[in-house]
Ligand binder design. Structure first.
Ligand SMILES: NC(=O)c1ccc[n+]([C@@H]2O[C@H](COP(=O)([O-])OP(=O)(O)OC[C@H]3O[C@@H](n4cnc5c(N)ncnc54)[C@H](OP(=O)(O)O)[C@@H]3O)[C@@H](O)[C@H]2O)c1
Length: 245
């Protein structure tokens, strides 16, 4: 059974990705930071649906914690064949006149440092297997570039740059590296949303509805599959056509 490690899988998109990869037949390492009980619920749901999963607490922005995470996953489930770099911290709105270097670092911790630590930790497994799938969860905010979000937008752009470079660097090892860029997909942290909250956004979406976590998970599922072995260095935007390349 191929092992998939999903960072930040206790809730939101990560939880949906974990559930989908488990349904696809992967043994899933469900990473969390503070949300242990939520992660354990994701694992319980996967197991009751007949899948294989285990929860692993680790701050994926911390080098030692990521090393321990990879060792723990390897010991419990086996070598990692699929890495999904999904975790995010808070994404505060900060106008440029109040923007500090610390604000940039807060985003880069999640979208540059963490993917780098995670990849380095699992790369020996993938190299030994002669194959691997690295899937970064980016954002269409890089294209939309909304005011007040420049630290997030810049870090998501950097994450896309990493994806492209790693795809070239690791192709010869049989490792593909791609990025899924969701549009707005309401999750727990967005709270209760009224029809009015959604309608302005949806009116600009060609397919005429809001995104769901399963939409993002489906794109990850494809990129993690055997069938996607000839796809690397690509970005799959999952936003109902809200913006187009
Ligand atoms: N939802 C959207 O509209 C949207 C749109 C575009 C892109 N994205 C991208 O999709 C990804 C997931 O976003 P989301 O909306 O699903 O976020 P979310 O609901 O806020 O979930 C964040 C996840 O990251 C985990 N996490 C936070 N800090 C961590 C740390 N230091 N180490 C390990 N895990 C940590 C959280 O775990 P705990 O529960 O343990 O805190 C949680 O599982 C992000 O990369 C985000 O930028 C989301």
């Amino acid at each position: 059974m191929t092992v998939a490690l999903v960072s930040g899988a206790s809730r939101g998109l990560g939880a949906a990705i974990a559930r989908r990869l488990a349904a696809d037949g992967f043994a899933v390492a469900v990473n969390y930071a503070a949300g242990r009980s939520r992660a354990e619920q994701v694992v319980a749901d996967i197991r009751s649906a007949g899948g294989t999963a285990e929860a692993f607490g680790a701050d994926v922005t911390d080098e030692a914690a990521v090393r321990e995470l990879a060792e723990g996953v390897r010991a419990a489930l086996g070598p990692v064949g699929v890495l999904v770099a999904n975790a995010t911290g808070p994404q505060p709105e900060t106008p440029v006149d109040r923007l500090e270097w610390r604000d940039h670092l807060d985003q880069l911790e999640f979208f540059v440092k963490s993917p780098t630590l995670l990849l380095r930790a699992v790369l020996p497994d993938m190299r030994a297997a002669g194959s691997g799938r690295v899937i970064q969860i980016g954002s269409d905010m890089f294209e939309r570039a909304l005011p007040g979000h420049s630290a997030y937008v810049a870090a998501k752009g950097a994450q896309w740059g990493l994806t492209r470079s790693w795809a070239r660097e690791l192709g010869a090892d049989g490792i593909t590296v791609n990025l899924v860029a969701p549009g707005w997909v309401p999750v727990e942290r967005h709270g209760e949303l009224s029809e009015a909250d959604l309608s302005g956004y949806v009116s600009e979406v060609p397919v005429g509805r809001i995104g769901r976590p399963v939409d993002v998970a489906a794109a990850v599922s494809y990129l993690a599959s055997e069938a996607a072995g000839f796809v690397t260095g690509q970005r799959v935007t999952v936003n109902g056509g809200h913006n187009m390349d």
